[in-house]
Design a protein around this ligand. Sequence first.
Ligand code: ADP
Length: 450
Amino acid sequence: MNKRTIWIIIISMGIALMGSIILQMYWIRLTLSEQEIQFDREVTEVLVGVVDEIDKRESKYLEVLANLSRIDYEKQSNEIVNQPIEIRLGHKKGAYFIDSLLKKAVNKLGAGQSYHYGVYADRDSGFVVMDNKFTVPSLSSSRSKSKMSGGLYSTHYKTDLFPNSIGSGKLYLYLPKRNQIIWSDLIPYAIGSLLFTFLILACFAYTIYIIQRQKKISDMKNDFINNMTHEFKTPIATISLASDSINNPSIITNPDKVQRFTKIISQENKRMLGQVEKVLQMAQLEKKDLQLKLTDINLHELLQNISEHVNLQIKGKKGNLELALDASDPMMQGDLTHISNILYNLLDNANKYTPDIPEIKVSTRNINNGIEISIQDNGIGISRENQKFIFEKFYRVSTGNVHDVKGFGLGLSYVKVMVDAHHGQIGVKSILGKGSTFNLYFPKRQNKNA
Ligand code: ADP
């Protein structure tokens, strides 16, 4: 998949996600306002019901009174219309009556016990009843912002009390949990859609990450194949040239020249063998069940042997390899082939990536019941950014001046896997342009159960 396609997918997915989030928000908003309208309608119905009951109660009272005192009902009611509202309600009893009606109705709304009510007297321009308590209107207004009934002043829920007589008063109802009640039905949906959106977002991000990673790996594999072809082409061409030359009648009779050409053939052959060995090392890593053949290894001896080998190349560049083998106990348990390959790869890199005169130092010391080996060079160094990736398979630093150094990007990943298999550690310290130090640590013994 090329970069353009990936970007098109990312942008389309981004637009689709944004669109679905906006639609969901719009839908939630719409449902919320419908819920609000519905709830307000229900509350208004409650208030109208309560006021109705109060009316009926008064009518009944007047009837009883009329019966008792044989005073005309009409007259009674004309008289009572002019009474202050608190008297018409029947003082405390009236307040309790309203309260009990409201309690039932509010409970039905699902608003719990949480409500405040007040009776507003038009004549006094203030509340005469607040939550079962009678108040003096002038005082009630000074207490108007009292915590308990503060919401009463701003509530939208109010209905005329005794609506058939003019200028009596109003019943106010305040529900502090109004918004919670309205939201409570919606919250599961809102959380659900939020959660699913996040899930989609997470999966999407992960997919993109995987695509990018796969792309990187496939690019690296391509590089590897190009590299390998290149690496094999040179020795093959050289061998071909050399053998053609030997067959040349003027040369075949000259033993010195024949010897020179066979030496070239043998050298190039060794080089190819080395390359094949590297690829094979990696192929071996692909096998899941890595079996180490553990033996006791004298690291100092091993380092001296390998150094001799690498030293030829270092000397060829007029460089120097210094061994500071300071560990008092050079013995460790490990697989000789793999430990040799590890050390060889690191020393080979130290030489390969030092274009000028190599000054390479190998030192050892005993720490933490094991041995530490440091391989220091004065080469091109590795930037901090690249240090994170050099142990990955096929990874090669792709800066201009590294290109002339041949490699598959397999050496360090092999090293890392093998160090891990030996329960060891590897780290790198490097400054770009100054040089690198690879620090290795191996425990003295390999735990059989590990
Ligand atoms: P290869 O050497 O075959 O490319 P490696 O896995 O051995 O692969 O190394 C990975 C990369 O790490 C190299 O391409 C190189 O850029 C960088 N590298 C490794 N060792 C050194 C070193 N001693 N100095 C500078 N760069 C190094």
